[in-house]
Ligand binder design. Sequence first.
Ligand SMILES: C[S@@+](CC[C@H](N)C(=O)[O-])C[C@H]1O[C@@H](n2cnc3c(N)ncnc32)[C@H](O)[C@@H]1O
Length: 304
Amino acid sequence: MGYQEAFREVVLNPFREDAEISQEVNQYLADYQQNRAEFSSFDHYIRMKILGYARTPCETRALALLYSYTYMPMHLDGNKKVIEREYQTFFQPYLYQKPSNVWMIDVGCGPMTACLALADFQQSLPDPKRLELDYTGCDLHSFMTGIALNFNEKKDIFGENFRGGYPDIKNPHWMEQLGCPLKDGGTLVFYFSYFWEQGGVTEEVSKWVDCVKRISLQACVEDTFIVYLNRDLGNINSAYTEFKRRIGERSDTLEVIASEKCNHRYQSWSGLEEWVMEGIVPKPRPKKRTDLHYEILRVDWKHF
Ligand SMILES: C[S@@+](CC[C@H](N)C(=O)[O-])C[C@H]1O[C@@H](n2cnc3c(N)ncnc32)[C@H](O)[C@@H]1O
């Protein structure tokens, strides 16, 4: 089963097949139908009014599925762009040439978007070049990790050398309970995909600096990599800027391997109303362009 089939099974089908999801989505649909004039489509209403441009906390399963329908394909393409571009500068020299594993900790993983992009890229590589990947997806909302777990079950997408885990990060002891899957010479990657624009994360900068540092020291790795990507926020002083400043407080610890702004073409879908009401499968829209900002940092904690 490929990603498209999995997307249909994990994300689209519950809108029609799960009574609790349908009930909540039908309420949104009724509200939209009363205010049709304000929105170009139900998809637009969901993106703007219900998901607040991906900033609404997904505290129900329906909201997590609506996020996955609306934003995951878009963010998946952003991640693919970064992975394809940085294969030469980052992934190949640092990851692929080592006969060891990679531990990817995906902060604010949502429905597992970044890992799905990496898995898709891996399929284009010959077998011996594929990563042995231990993946830890962290998200505040269990409905998001629930969807990630459903993707995780689709073994064909990830191949044999993949193991995924989803700690409950509301548990104050989650880090100690994690266990370190890294083998000798393994590579640790923290991944922040469309995370640092979320409400409330400004107050969490210290928490994630401590988390990166603590897990890196426990894992005894020489280098820790940090991947950041987001829509381009221009000169807005985002929480990421502060996170990076705090990580690089000691100049000998931080190297910026890549810092790029680029354009990427992303996929989105149209026709949620028809899918919910009549079972007509949503259609891919023509791809659109948007601005992307990404950075890859290498951190060396051994002086601490
Ligand atoms: C915009 S989504 C990005 C999801 C995914 N990384 C992607 O690229 O599609 C942000 C995610 O961060 C999660 N999140 C928000 N605040 C968080 C926090 N304080 N700690 C962990 N996850 C959080 C949200 O639940 C949501 O899944």
